[in-house]
Design a protein around this ligand. Sequence first.
Ligand SMILES: Cc1ncc(COP(=O)(O)O)c(C=O)c1O
Length: 423
Amino acid sequence: MTSRRNALKSLGLAALALPALSAQAESTPAMPLANDPQYWKKLRSQFMLANDKVFFNPGTVGVMPKVVVDKMTEHARYLAAHVADWAYKDDNKEEFISGYNNLMSIRTKVGKLINSEVGEIAMTDNVTHGISYLANGITLQAGDEVLTTNQEHPGGRGSWLVKEKRYGVVFKEAVIGKPIKNSEEVYQDIVKAFTSKTKVLIISHMISGSGAILPIKEICAEAAKRGIFTILDGAQTIGQIKVDVKDIGCDAYAGCFHKWVGAPAGTGFMYVKQDKMKDIWTTVASARWDNHDDEGFRFTQRGTGNFPVLKGLEAALDFLFEIGPDRVHDRIKFLGQRLRTGLRQNPKVKIFSPVDEAMCAGITVYNIEGMTGAKLQDEFWNRGRMRPRASGDVFGVRHCTHIFNSEAEIDKALAIVRELSKG
Ligand SMILES: Cc1ncc(COP(=O)(O)O)c(C=O)c1O
């Protein structure tokens, strides 16, 4: 190690490279037993996240458990050493490049997570891709309306703006509250904006800028009565809250795994109801562009891709199932609620997440009177090595809680907010 350290030092890389090397050398402790009273404390050691840093931003990109990093690097090493073994059998068992393989094992696990058939799942790189496949793949005429809200992420909006400019489709926004008071209020705000020309509804299941869980089941039911095709942007939901597409009744759902599931970046999916999928044109086309035997595979076949990343994704899904998705969701909400309860006791704090706690989980957006989001973000880092994310001048920070966080971290964050509120 000494000679390696010297070699790195001479390259000026010592500070960067050594922590990564030592982290790699650590082995992962066994998973704690389900009934261990110290369960969450012990689970924290499954993550490589530095112990002197607190991460509150899986709403942007998550923290990979060590097993995910290990599976990914193991497969990258395997490819580097054994690519010559590849015999081009095209039998969906080959794991040298993704993009031609039907990824049945991973798609089956995704189907189990969201309660869909495997044929209804296509693998994508992220939510932006999923929504873009839908926007490009649905046939609309000039003058047809697509309804969204005024609080969507650009990744859910951009492809519709292209469609508007290119084909004369009208992209309309329903204005919703920030904070939203309750489900009825936001339900009315959205369904009142439907017109006889509305053909598609594209909204977030959970709004990223407030953490509001929308009453999507009721909204989709009303849209279905009017023959409107419903698409949900699930960037913030998968791994954070329960998603059951059959129960929701939406026509399509786009999600990702690199935020709340802790999978490598560049992993997502698109779900489309079986009877609707055949009518969606593919955007990224290869040999299967018109092969409807396995609709999900038609979209999953998207040219050479990165198999190690998918190995990491599969490990992240296995990790989630090993803990139990419900248990993960409950823990995320428990910590989020602890944060909101503390913040609500502080008169200088304004919360932009819904007033109704039933509409919240692990995302809390808030500000301290007189502060900008950037200032608050910096104060958290300087005072506690804590990393929530600035959410603009007005809205302060978006502060996410996850299973690698602890009660003590939430309480420390609340103490920092109290200190800052004093002026
Ligand atoms: C609601 C929402 N939609 C879409 C996206 C874009 O996701 P991706 O980067 O996976 O395409 C995000 C990312 O933060 C988001 O929060």
